[in-house]
Design a protein around this ligand. Structure first.
Ligand code: GLA
Length: 653
């Protein structure tokens, strides 16, 4: 026996290749690979086609989409990692990607930025003695359509098999938002814009036990309130500002607040709050699923925190237009009118989706050359929000200049202006041509600033912390949209999973989007809301930052030692401040991995000079809804890894 063992040992030393085995990337657990859009595919591109780079087809490999990360435990048993990499031919021409291979917190190889039409690059990296291998795909020049292929990717090893370990930090959900008081509290927007003469709908959101009476004094002629529900309806009065005193009373107490109704040219005086079907159901959206989320918004009380819009994304459209060019819903929406009527009866609002090309991103019929008809159809249906994508307009304008980028949105704007209905116009062209610099001018209420979000830290934090646009580009009526929320059960298709964001990362997500004055569109199936997610979405002090009437988006005031501080001024002369512990600064790709799964916290001293503030301030913890003391110097906070301290600094005498 001893002899056999020694022979084995000798062969392993003399003939290193003798005991070597191969683990292909496509054989590993790709559920643990993060992917910026859709899901990683075995031996196929991320779009489900054969792997093909610059005309050459490959039988083996993994198709993914930037930003993508994959962490593998090698157990010091691997000798090499071999792969070819490239942009898949199915990507559009503006795709640009960088592949990075790293091990044990060191970058070992970078492809450099690669574009569509380039030959694959080859990477052969020794891995002797390495514990963990990290594979990354980053977006190159823009983050659009980055379909990335790892081709013939394999790890050569001996001994224990390399195993995917994912890039997760284990963290138990922790609840921060205190329960709502039984006494009335009036929440939501303090200022609401509407066009004169159009149908008016605004529900005053109020938490507190029922029964409750909600009254409004000072309502202009043409508007009335249902005192049981707090829903104000009627016809928007003539141009002007109307200050309404809202009173809510139940057996425990009474609350009052002023609501300013501004009848004029602007809608969305605060960022829209609501739900959208895309991040959960993708193209498998249907009427029952939309209704279930609307019902949950009501039954779980989110409606009383100001959540309003129920937006149907792509996948509702019939396969062909009627003889008179009307685009009706497909069979998955047997009675869209009844759904809209129901939604309005609850004080909620309804949104829909289309594209300016001939097809939507999901391949459904879109609005090209039917804009006036489509806007009219939506207005008649009672639609309150239109998300207007870009997809397939690229066929009409393949290399668009600024004028061509703006054109389809100007056409739809004109069509919407012919309808006597308040419809929020949401541009979804991923930030092309710095849309934030001109989106307001061409009549957009919101505009996407980035490609699609995914439910990973890389994607969410990559988007959130890059929103450094000049705050002057946004404001009441006009908002940057860094895409929808990825909390709760998401999936972009019929099967859903819990978001891959940790609880701390989710607090970061909601805090950051509130600081940025972004639309907040919940992206999960609300009928499956768990206690943590519900609590996360029900914090009125956090939502009040998002809905602040001043409407100034936050700017980054400091970035050092893995910590970023973002800050925005508020209408009441206080400041909202987010102190985020991101780990290493962005720009260092090794920071994309949680190499040791050690979850640490960081103690950060936020000094008033960091915030360019002078004087004395009360500091309030917004998530815990607690004052934490007065200072004229600094505030020290303890922040979980990838988490946040979300603070409000209010001047005191
Ligand atoms: C694009 C958008 C998504 C979603 C899909 C629908 O990818 O960015 O938000 O609307 O289209 O196909």
């Amino acid at each position: 026996m001893k002899k056999i063992l020694s022979l084995f040992f000798l062969m392993a030393i003399v003939l290193p290749g003798w005991s070597q085995k191969v683990k292909w990337l496509d054989e590993m657990n790709l559920k643990l690979m993060s992917c910026g859009w859709s899901t990683p595919q075995v031996n196929k591109s991320v779009g489900g086609n054969p792997l093909k780079v610059n005309g050459a087809t490959f039988n083996r490999g993994v198709g993914t989409h930037a930003v993508s990360t994959f962490l593998i435990n090698l157990n010091k048993q691997a000798t090499t990692f071999n792969t070819q990499v490239g942009v898949d031919d199915e990507a559009t021409n503006n795709a640009s990607i960088e592949f990075i291979v790293m091990a044990d917190q060191k970058v070992l190889w970078r492809s450099g930025v690669m574009k569509k039409g380039e030959d694959p690059k080859t990477c052969q990296i020794p891995l002797n003695g390495k514990q963990k291998l990290g594979l990354v795909v980053l977006s190159g020049e823009s983050n659009d359509n980055d379909h990335a292929d790892w081709l013939n990717a394999k790890i050569v090893y001996s001994g224990a098999t390399p195993i995917a370990i994912g890039n997760v930090i284990s963290e138990k959900p922790y609840i921060l938002t205190p329960a709502s008081s039984p006494a009335p509290r009036i929440n939501g927007a303090k200022v609401f814009g509407a066009h004169p003469g159009n149908p008016f709908l605004f529900k005053v959101p109020v938490t507190g036990v029922r029964p409750m009476t909600i009254n409004a004094s000072g309502l202009p002629d043409g508007l009335s309130i249902d005192s049981k529900t707090g829903i104000i309806t009627g016809t928007t009065p003539a141009k002007g500002e109307y200050r309404i005193k809202i009173t809510a009373q139940n057996k425990v107490g009474k609350a009052t607040r002023t609501l300013k109704i501004v009848s004029g040219d602007l809608l969305a005086l605060t960022p829209p709050l609501g739900w959208n079907s895309w991040n959960c159901w993708g193209l498998s959206v249907n009427q029952d699923r939309v209704k279930a989320s609307a019902d949950a918004m009501i039954q779980k009380g989110l409606i009383e925190h100001g959540w309003t819009y129920i937006n149907i994304d792509d996948g509702w459209e019939a396969p062909s237009r009627t003889a008179d060019s009307i685009l009706l819903p497909n069979g998955k929406f047997p009675d869209m009118k009844a759904l809209t009527t129901y939604i309005h009866s609850q004080g909620l609002k309804m949104g829909i989706y289309s594209s300016p090309g001939t097809r939507t991103c999901g391949g459904f019929l879109a609005s090209y050359q039917n804009e006036v008809q489509d806007a009219k159809t939506w207005a008649e249906l009672g639609i309150d929000y239109i998300k207007y994508d870009w997809c397939s307009y690229g066929w009409i304008a393949p290399n668009p200049n600024l004028e061509e980028l703006q054109k389809p949105y100007i056409v739809m704007r004109k069509a919407l202006d012919q309808c006597n209905r308040d419809i929020i116009f949401s541009l979804c062209q991923y930030g092309m041509g710095n849309v934030w610099e001109w989106g307001a001018k061409i009549g957009g209420n919101t505009w996407r600033t980035t490609g699609d979000i995914g439910d990973s830290w890389d994607s969410m934090s990559g988007i959130g912390f890059s929103q450094t646009q000049d705050p002057k580009c946004t404001g009441p009526g006009h908002w940057n949209d860094p895409d929808m929320l990825v909390v709760g059960k998401v999936g972009w298709g019929p099967s859903l999973h819990n978001t891959h964001l940790t609880p701390s990362e989710q607090y970061t997500h909601i805090s950051m989007w509130s600081l940025l004055a972004s639309p907040l569109l919940i992206g999960c199936d609300m009928s499956q809301l768990d206690a943590f997610t519900l609590n996360l979405l029900s914090n009125d002090e956090v939502l009040a930052i998002n809905q602040d009437p001043l409407g100034v988006k936050a700017s980054r005031v400091k970035k050092a030692d893995g910590v970023e501080i973002w800050m925005r001024p508020l209408d009441d002369h206080s400041y909202a401040v987010g102190v985020f512990y991101n780990g290493k600064g962005s720009g260092d790709p090794t920071a994309l991995f949680n190499w040791s799964n050690s979850k640490s916290t960081k103690t950060v001293k936020v000094s008033l000079s960091d915030l360019k503030l002078k004087g004395k301030y009360q500091v309030r913890d917004l998530w815990r809804q607690k004052d934490t003391g007065i200072t004229n110097q600094s505030k020290t906070v303890e922040i979980p890894y990838h988490g946040v301290a979300f603070l409000k600094f209010t001047p005191v005498k």
